[in-house]
Design a protein around this ligand. Structure first.
Ligand SMILES: Nc1ncnc2c1ncn2[C@@H]1O[C@H](COP(=O)(O)OP(=O)(O)OP(=O)(O)O)[C@@H](O)[C@H]1O
Ligand SMILES: [Mg+2]
Length: 488
């Protein structure tokens, strides 16, 4: 099976989505769609609901709130029978369970300075051990008023321990808790709704289990029952699975249309045509919250070849370090028209199902006069007449060259081959391990990760010499002796 639908944070940009598609292709997958994760949750919610309003009635508005480990997403989605429409989304890209863990790490590392005379933050290993303990403590505090912290051999052979009350945890994470409402407020405002017009609130993501987060959300939706009907850990994967099944020809799934939107505005820029000083030089082709997929036709009047550049509009709140450049199109062989001196060129721009923008070609059109039969007059006075009508007619395609941030096909092929080789090598190691296991208990099969690759190569040589179990048995001493003996 290679058809997949991959869920991504809705705030992923063009370059991030292209990189993910390249990675999926290199891994031998066939990505049918990148789906925004809150949209996947919405699909999983809607596809099984039998009581959605008819298309003619006002839709059911549901606010989905997903707080995970590092990322917080909200969407407001309208449901009608057989379809969902994402009305708006809002994000806090750097908010989630890890911020709460880090607040705890900072607190306990201060405490341990005086208690054990150690500086946890000076040792990455100690920070890792303390973070694991703090995450455990945080989870226990979700169901208990107090929780212990025990970290074995945190550093300098010291076993550290402490405890915390939920009240104290909530006080020390207040600077995080105040950030819970902003994305919800933004999403509802962008959807053009009020809190009262939200019919249901559904919560997903592991961090939604923190009682103080739940309380803040509940206070924002007074009188509404918060929904926990979706599996908090699996809701995204479940929705993506439905999306994959609907797109794949192998399965039959209930028809359910998904109308999603793009999070950032994309503009197209060009140079002025000489002799036309009043011409604009840019246009926002796909504004924020533009439906996906979507196609737009851009019209230009040109004498010769020209270039277009697509980029995210200034002010689009892209993740830091993301280059706003999306792509470039060079339009060649623009022919001079027989009449007039400017050729009308139409360029097709498409925001596809993955949320990626491409220019899908360009063609020339010209105005022609055609004789057509038209009906004039009314009722009994109606009559048909032949008339010359001006019409735009497609003249021919322009040859175009597009440049985007995706990897070149040859690079993808090269990496796919490398990946295939590594996979084959690992598979051989696994098969040989299974084979050796069947030979009996004499073989030490626990090997440190760092040794795995070299052992794989050794075993590959063995495999080349003959991979049958018989042969392996004959060579078992030779193959196995250099390996580290099992600790068990
Ligand atoms: N019982 C609990 N109480 C508090 N926090 C919890 C609990 N269970 C899980 N978490 C936290 O939920 C977070 C993981 O949530 P989730 O699995 O939704 O994240 P993710 O989808 O992997 O990450 P992201 O969506 O941010 O990319 C972790 O920070 C974890 O500590
Ligand atoms: Mg998540």
């Amino acid at each position: 099976m290679s058809d997949v639908v991959i869920a991504v944070p809705g705030w992923y940009t063009d370059i991030q989505r292209r990189a993910l598609l390249d990675a999926a292709n290199i891994a031998g997958m066939n990505p049918l769609r990148l789906i925004n994760d809150t949209t996947a949750v919405a699909l999983g919610y809607g596809i099984t609901k039998g009581d959605l309003p008819e298309a003619a009635d006002s839709p059911r508005h549901v606010c989905f709130i997903d707080i995970g480990h590092s990322n917080y997403s909200v969407s407001v989605t309208a449901f009608s029978k057989g379809q969902l429409t994402v009305k708006s989304t809002a994000y806090d890209r750097n908010f989630g369970g890890r911020d709460f863990d880090w607040a705890l790490v900072q607190h306990f590392s201060e405490e341990f300075k005086t208690k054990y005379k150690i500086d946890v933050l000076s040792s990455p290993k100690a920070v890792f051990r303390l973070s694991t303990g703090c995450e455990r403590l945080k989870k226990v505090l979700s169901a208990n008023a107090e929780a212990p912290l025990n970290v074995e051999s945190i550093m300098n052979d010291i076993d550290a321990s402490s405890s915390m009350k939920r009240e104290q945890f909530e006080q020390m994470t207040d600077h995080l808790l105040v950030r819970v409402i902003a994305p919800i407020e933004e999403a509802i405002r962008k959807a053009g709704l009020t809190v009262e017009q939200i019919d249901a609130v559904e919560l997903v993501g592991g961090s939604i289990r923190v009682p103080a987060i739940k309380d803040r959300i509940q206070a924002y939706f007074p009188g509404k029952t918060l929904g926990f009907t979706l599996n908090q850990d699996e809701a995204v994967a479940r929705g993506a699975t439905f999306a994959c099944a609907s797109l794949s020809p192998v399965f039959r799934v209930r028809e359910f249309a998904v109308h999603d939107v793009t999070p950032y505005p994309i503009k197209v820029m060009w140079d002025k045509e000489p002799g036309n000083p009043d011409e604009d030089t840019e246009l926002v082709v796909f504004p924020q919250d533009n439906p996906i997929p979507s196609t737009k036709i851009l019209t230009f009047y040109r004498k010769g070849p020209f270039e277009l550049e697509a980029r995210y509009q200034e002010g689009a709140s892209l993740p830091e370090v993301i280059n706003p450049w999306v792509g470039k199109l060079t339009i060649k062989n623009v022919e001079k028209p027989s009449s007039g001196d400017l050729t009308c060129v139409k360029v097709k721009a498409r925001l596809n199902l993955h949320g990626i923008m491409n220019f899908e070609g360009a063609y020339m059109v010209e105005e022609v006069e055609k004789e057509e039969t038209v009906t004039i007059g009314e009722a009994e006075e109606k009559k048909e007449e032949k008339k010359l009508v001006k019409k735009m007619q497609r003249k021919g395609d322009c040859s175009v060259v597009g440049q985007y941030t995706s990897l070149a096909q040859t690079a993808v092929e090269g990496m796919t081959e490398k990946e295939g080789n590594m996979h084959a090598e690992d598979k051989l190691v696994m098969e040989t391990e299974v084979g050796l296991l069947r030979l009996g208990p004499v073989l030490p099969l626990t090997v440190a990760g760092s040794q795995k690759r070299s052992r794989g190569i050794r075993l590959r040589h063995a495999g080349q010499a003959g991979r049958s179990l018989c042969h392996l048995r004959a060579r078992e001493r030779e193959i196995v002796s250099p390996l580290r003996p099992s600790r068990f």
